[in-house]
Design a protein around this ligand. Structure first.
Ligand code: ADP
Length: 531
C-alpha cells in the first residue's frame, strides 16, 4: 500500500516560487567590474523567467548542457534558476583551469551554448573553435572592457532578454531529472562529471538550513566566496533562496581587502570559502569590522587549526569545518558540539570543534576498516551523493559493490559519529612501512608563528621507501630556519615523522580551486631530483 501524500516534485522551480512569493523584497548584491549592482529577489526571478524564454529563442533542446564561465554574480544566479527550471542542465565551468582541461570538459559535457562574463572572454574565446559542440556564446556584460568578438555566434545577455516577449512557464520536470553538472576539480586525477538532480539540489539546500548545520535563515546575509563553479557554491545560493536570505556576491573582487570591506559594509552574517581565502584575510583581521558574522565555513581542504584559532582571537569567530566533495553536493559533515560532549574540558571541546564533525541528516558515512585499526577509507551514501559519473569516464572504481561512494579520503569515526580526516589516500607518506599523515604534519608546521603555509608530500627514499618533504612558506617579513622548525615539531609529532628535507618556498602552488597543488609540488620535487 502506498502512502496517500501528494507526489509533487522537489525541483528548482519550487525553490524559485518560494523566494519569489515570500522573499521578493530581499536583496541580491553583486560586485561587478563597474561597481555594485543591487536587485530584489523578485527582480531576479522575473529576469530568470525571461531568461528561460530566451533559452527557447536560442533553440536549446531539453536536457542540453548550458555552460557558464562566470564570477559569483546576479546573472549567474539567474542561470542557476532558468536553466534547470526550463528542463536544461546548468554546467558551471572553472575559468582557472588549463586550456586543455577546459576543452576536455566542454567536449565531454557536449555543451550546446556558453554564457560568459565579458571580463572572462580572453580565457574562453581563444578556445571557441576547440569547443566542438558549442553553437552560441552569450556574453554577460560585467563592466569588463574586453572587446566583443565580431562573430555571428556571439550575442549579448541583455540584448537576448530584450528579445523575449513572454516569460516562459517552467517546464514539467521529474525530480530525478538532471539539473546541473559540475566536474571534479581534478586535484588527484582527470576531472569527472557529477550530474546533480533537481531532487538532490533541493534536499541538499534543505540540509544546509538545519540548525545544527549551517542554520541559514531569513535573518542571514549570505556571502558565498566559494565560486559558483565550485560545486554550486557549496549549495549556498539555493539554500539562501529557500530560507529567504539576502545574497552578497563578490564577483571578480576577490582580494582579501575587497572581501573584508564587502562583508563589513553589507553586514554579512554567513560566508564560506577554502582555507587559502581565510588565510589571505587573516593578517588584515585587526582592522576589519566583522561583528555581524555568525558563521564562517571552511572546507575543500584540511582546515589548519592554527588558522581557525587566529580567526577566533582576532575576529572572535572560529572557522567551522565542513567536509565534502564535488560528488557529494558537496556538504556531508559540519562541525558542532553535541550535548554528549558536555563533559569535555575546554581544550577537548575546541579540538573536537576543529574536526569535520558528524554527517548532516540524510547523509551516511562509514569507514572501510579492512585491518581493524579504525582507520580506513571514508565512504558515503545518501540522496545527495553521486551514484555514477557523467561523460566518457564512468569511474566505476569509485563505487563499492553495495553502491557507496569511495571518497579517496582516509579517516576515522568516533563513537558519536564525528569524522576526522587523516589524509587523502594519495597523499599519505609511507615511511618504513608506517603511515605519516601529510595533513597532520602540515597542521603542526603551520602552528609555528613564523609559518604562513605548509604542504607535505612524499619523496622516494632508499632506506624508508618514502619520507615526508615539507614545503614551507614563511609569514610576511619572517625568516625560517630548518632546525628551528624541527625543534618546533619535536614533541608535537612522533620523532620519525619529522622531515629531514624542508624547502622554504615563496608560495605553495595552488589548484584552480585554490587548494594546495601536491601534483605541482611533486613535479617540482621530481625536477629538482633530476638536476
Ligand atoms: P578534488 O577532489 O579534485 O579536490 P573536490 O573539490 O571535490 O575536488 O574536493 C574534495 C576533497 O577535498 C575531499 O575528498 C577531501 O580530500 C578534501 N576536503 C574537503 N573538505 C575537507 C575538510 N573539511 N577537511 C579535509 N579535507 C577536505
Amino acid at each position: 500500500m502506498q502512502g496517500l501524500m501528494q507526489d509533487r516534485p522537489l525541483d528548482v522551480a519550487a525553490v524559485m516560487r518560494r523566494v519569489e512569493q515570500l522573499f521578493g523584497h530581499k536583496r541580491v548584491v553583486t560586485a561587478t567590474v563597474g561597481g555594485e549592482v543591487v536587485a530584489t529577489w523578485q527582480q531576479v526571478v522575473a529576469r530568470a523567467r525571461r531568461l528561460a524564454a530566451a533559452l527557447d529563442l536560442l533553440e536549446i533542446p531539453p536536457q542540453a548542457r548550458v555552460g557558464t564561465f562566470g564570477w559569483n554574480s546576479q546573472r549567474h544566479v539567474e542561470l542557476y534558476l532558468a536553466v534547470p527550471s526550463s528542463g536544461r542542465v546548468l554546467h558551471t565551468l572553472n575559468h582557472r583551469l588549463y586550456a586543455e582541461e577546459l576543452v576536455h570538459i566542454v567536449t565531454d559535457a557536449a555543451d550546446d551554448v556558453l554564457f560568459v562574463d565579458r571580463s572572462l572572454l580572453p580565457r574562453v574565446w581563444p578556445l571557441i573553435d576547440d569547443f566542438g559542440t558549442v553553437r552560441r556564446v552569450v556574453v554577460m556584460d560585467d563592466g569588463g572592457a574586453e572587446e566583443l568578438p565580431s562573430d555571428p555566434r556571439v550575442v549579448g545577455y541583455e540584448e537576448l532578454l530584450g528579445r523575449v516577449t513572454e516569460p516562459a512557464p517552467p517546464a514539467v520536470v521529474d525530480e530525478r531529472d538532471a539539473a546541473s553538472l559540475c566536474y571534479t576539480s581534478g586535484t588527484t586525477g582527470r576531472p569527472k562529471g557529477v550530474l546533480y538532480s533537481h531532487r538532490s539540489i533541493v534536499l541538499h539546500a534543505l540540509m544546509l538550513l538545519g540548525v545544527d548545520n549551517f542554520a541559514i535563515s531569513e535573518r542571514d546575509v549570505v556571502m558565498p566566496i566559494v565560486p559558483m563553479f565550485h560545486v554550486n557554491a557549496w549549495g549556498l545560493p539555493y539554500a539562501a533562496m529557500l530560507a529567504g536570505a539576502d545574497l552578497v556576491l563578490p564577483g571578480p573582487a576577490m582580494t582579501p581587502e575587497a572581501l573584508l570591506g564587502r562583508m563589513a559594509r553589507h553586514r554579512v552574517t554567513f560566508s564560506a570559502a577554502v582555507p587559502t581565502i581565510w588565510r589571505g584575510m587573516e593578517p588584515l583581521l585587526g582592522d576589519a569590522d566583522l561583528a555581524s558574522l555568525r558563521m564562517i565555513v571552511c572546507g575543500g581542504s584540511a582546515v589548519p587549526d592554527a588558522l581557525s584559532r587566529s580567526w577566533q582571537e582576532k575576529a572572535g569567530i572560529p572557522l567551522t569545518n565542513a567536509w565534502g566533495m564535488t560528488e557529494t553536493s558537496p556538504v556531508v559533515t559540519c562541525s558542532r558540539l553535541a550535548t554528549a560532549h558536555d563533559d569535555l574540558d575546554a581544550d577537548a571541546r575546541r579540538t573536537l570543534l576543529g574536526t569535520p564533525g558528524p554527517p548532516l541528516p540524510l547523509a551516511e558515512i562509514r569507514i572501510a576498516d579492512d585491518d581493524g585499526t579504525g582507520i580506513g577509507e571514508l565512504q558515503a551514501a545518501g540522496p545527495t551523493i553521486a551514484a555514477g559519473y557523467f561523460g566518457a569516464d564512468p569511474g566505476k572504481s569509485s563505487f563499492t559493490p553495495d553502491g557507496w561512494l569511495r571518497t579517496g579520503d582516509v579517516g576515522t569515526l568516533d563513537q558519536y559519529g564525528y569524522l576526522r580526516i587523516v589524509d587523502r589516500t594519495k597523499d599519505l607518506v609511507k615511511s618504513g612501512g608506517e603511515w605519516i599523515s601529510s595533513v597532520a604534519l602540515e597542521n603542526e608546521i603551520m602552528a609555528h608563528p613564523d609559518v604562513h603555509e605548509a604542504a607535505v608530500i612524499a619523496v622516494a627514499d632508499d632506506r624508508w621507501g618514502e619520507r615526508p618533504l615539507a614545503c614551507v612558506v614563511p609569514a610576511p617579513g619572517r625568516t625560517l630556519d630548518d632546525q628551528d622548525l624541527r625543534d618546533h615539531l619535536a614533541g608535537r609529532v612522533a620523532s620519525w615523522w619529522i622531515p629531514e628535507q624542508i624547502w622554504i618556498l615563496p608560495e605553495i602552488p595552488k589548484t584552480a580551486t585554490g587548494k594546495f597543488s601536491k601534483t605541482a609540488l611533486r613535479a617540482l620535487a621530481a625536477g629538482r631530483d633530476e638536476r
